[in-house]
Design a protein around this ligand. Structure first.
Ligand SMILES: [Zn+2]
Length: 453
């Protein structure tokens, strides 16, 4: 049965040209055009959302789905449902925490196999630059990864290897030849080892139940040095450099200078760095552990300023769940817990809650969470905008309703997150992937129909 063409009508459609009353015309999964309510062709089914906003489906360029191999942490089924509930219509999966890691073409094929029939939203894969795998970089690009991820420090989990400077220099000419971006976890171990030695050498040793101890163990300096190193390599090899999860605002000056110089550098930060602040995190609150750490309130405001002035290009979740026992809430020592925050289902509300006070609006949400992540992943010919020719990926959003996050909102395999209990503004009402309803008012499509893009 052919599905009928549809018109998605709202007083507030968020387009690249601004917010306006319009009907978004969808046919066979694509946006055919926008028109006024009066101009809707007679053979279109009309879905009228009144004054609820219609945003482009969000694109999350930083998600750890963990399947195959660690599906007990998350998995395609649960991650993509959480995404749909959060207004995300495309996820780009990180190459680590799954087994095998996505560092070879056969591993990519294993991931594709694992994703079959389990995705409620569309997805794509990042490949890994890990250890000595440089000869796999160009084959992975030809096989369809959207870019590469590497770590300059131990990734926190066995399997995926970090790269030394030497290994990175060996890999970068290959990365540059693909034309794809290299996403880098930018922390260097030197300052972190020094900090740990100082903390553990203190009288009686540091108290690892204190959030301040964890914060001090991953100093700004680790990010600053890594970013300095990367900018030098970017200048030398002219590859597309993307800094993931920027946590320290102190690096913004160097990043701004590099962009002024013309280096191809982009930057992301995450909802947790824009929402939480170190001063407000209780000791023993393991759910707030992530790396780099959530820093001070003042730092948070500087990150917001950088979002406002576009020194930060995009917001990605770094959704990185784990089984509850790995958070070690029983012991409450920050040095023993898995670092990672689950936020796919609430990230849009988290960002929207913080935006108005910083002089930003719905159009900025579309830019930061849909358009720019799609550009990073090179899928911006079909994803990330409400515009003719694009996939009809749409999220219906109620910007005015407040709610308190409960475990029921999360939809992840393990319903734990530091956002539970937070009061947020703005609620996802419905999500459409290529014109098909995948989520509405807490209910999901009966069968997954997401594809690799
Ligand atoms: Zn990550």
């Amino acid at each position: 049965m052919d599905s009928m063409a549809q018109a998605f009508v709202s007083e507030r459609v968020v387009t690249p040209q601004g917010i306006r009353a319009a009907a978004v015309l969808e046919d066979e999964g694509r946006i055919r055009g926008l028109c006024s309510r009066e101009e809707i062709p007679p053979d279109y089914a009309v879905l009228d959302f009144g004054d609820l906003a219609i945003l482009p489906g969000l694109v999350d360029s930083h998600v750890h789905i963990n399947e195959p191999g660690r599906t007990e942490w998350e998995g395609f089924w649960t991650a993509t449902r959480a995404a749909a509930a959060g207004g995300y219509t495309t996820l780009i999966d990180m190459p680590l925490n799954c087994l095998p890691e996505t560092t070879t073409v056969p591993a990519l094929e294993a991931k594709r196999e694992a994703a079959q029939g389990k995705c409620f939203v569309d997805w794509a894969a990042w490949g890994g630059v890990a250890g000595d795998n440089w000869e796999h970089i160009e084959p992975l690009a030809r096989a369809g990864v959207k870019g590469f991820k590497c770590f300059l420090i131990y990734p926190g989990c066995k399997g995926f290897e970090m790269v030394t400077r030497e290994q990175l220099e060996r890999s970068l000419p290959h990365v540059a030849r693909t034309g794809l971006p290299l996403l880098v976890h930018a922390e260097l171990s030197g300052p972190i080892e020094d900090a740990a030695a100082a903390l553990n050498g203190a009288d009686g040793g540091a108290d690892w139940r204190c959030y301040q101890t964890y914060l001090q163990s991953r100093p700004d300096e680790a990010e600053l040095l890594a970013i300095g190193l990367l900018l030098g390599l970017c200048r030398k090899y002219q590859f597309r450099l993307h800094i993931v999860h920027l946590a320290t605002a102190l690096a913004l000056r160097d990043l701004r200078a590099a962009r002024r110089e013309g280096l191809p550098v982009t930057v992301e930060t995450c909802p947790h760095y824009l929402h939480f602040a170190a001063e407000e995190i209780a000791d023993g609150s393991m759910l707030h552990k992530c790396a780099p750490p959530i820093r001070s309130r003042d730092n948070r405001e500087r990150l917001w300023s950088a979002v406002w002035n576009k020194d930060i290009d995009l917001v990605a979740t770094d959704h990185s769940p784990c089984p509850p026992q790995m958070k070690r809430q029983d012991i409450g020592h920050f040095d023993q817990a898995w670092g990672g925050i689950a936020s796919l289902s609430v990230a849009l509300s988290v960002i929207w809650t913080g935006l108005p006070a910083r002089g930003l609006a719905l159009g900025d949400v579309a830019r930061l969470m849909a358009e720019k992540p799609a550009v990073l992943a090179g899928i911006d010919q079909r994803k990330g905008k409400i515009a003719p020719g694009f996939d009809a990926d749409l999220v219906v959003f109620d910007p005015e309703t407040e709610f308190e996050v409960t475990a029921d909102h999360l939809h992840t395999r393990h319903r734990i997150s530091p956002y539970v209990g937070e009061r947020l503004l703005g609620r996802v009402v419905a999500t459409y992937v290529r014109g098909r309803e995948v989520f509405r008012e807490g209910e999901f499509a009966p069968e997954p129909f997401g594809i690799e893009v």
